[in-house]
Design a protein around this ligand. Sequence first.
Ligand code: 5RP
Length: 229
Amino acid sequence: MNSTPSLTQDELKTLVGQAALQYVVPGQIVGVGTGSTVNKFIDALATIKDQIPGAVSSSVASTERLRGHGIAVFDANEVGELAVYVDGADEIDPQGHMVKGGGAALTREKIVAAQSRCFVCIADESKWVPVLGTFPLPVEVIPMAAQRIARQFAALGGQAILRLKDGQPLVTDNGQHILDVTGLQITDPLAFESQINNWPGLVTVGVFAHQKAHVCLLGTAAGVKTVEF
Ligand code: 5RP
């Protein structure tokens, strides 16, 4: 690990975004996540775009950025299993379980992750936590189920609030709403994800345990640390 003292969080994101290029398989379509860290990866990917046919994207925002760089974007249904999916996280624990969805793209992120053999998580070290649950847990819901799902979280000790944008409920790329849930300690992420995903009207819970990371490239003051799970 090379020493990289006094880098800003933005510089750490650039570093891990560039480091993820080593996992891109020449000649193969790459799965691409969403967020400010992934944006750094997309910018780095542009430098080797002639080596890949293109990408499967997890959001409208990432699609626009990929296409802006001249990288072809394929529909997930047009392609088979992907070798690699690169995405950020809001939290990642020492087993590679994550909380995701801070950018409201969790459903498509989980779909592309499920279609990929290897999940490479790129994150600055502020995302590394011993137990998931400090970052408000994003949950995508069908709007008519929002209040009942909020009550179900309350019964577990959580407080769910509807995510707003410009004073109105945020509408996801899938036309649904997001609840952000605080007050949960997610000590068994696999069981938690399975339990919550069964609630009627709940589209996707932002715990990624069944689709956990295989590798995390963590941007630290001492450089990029590679953690394998
Ligand atoms: C978007 C996500 C992002 O990966 C997560 O929010 C991290 O974003 P950033 O890299 O901007 O910190 O899950 O839905």
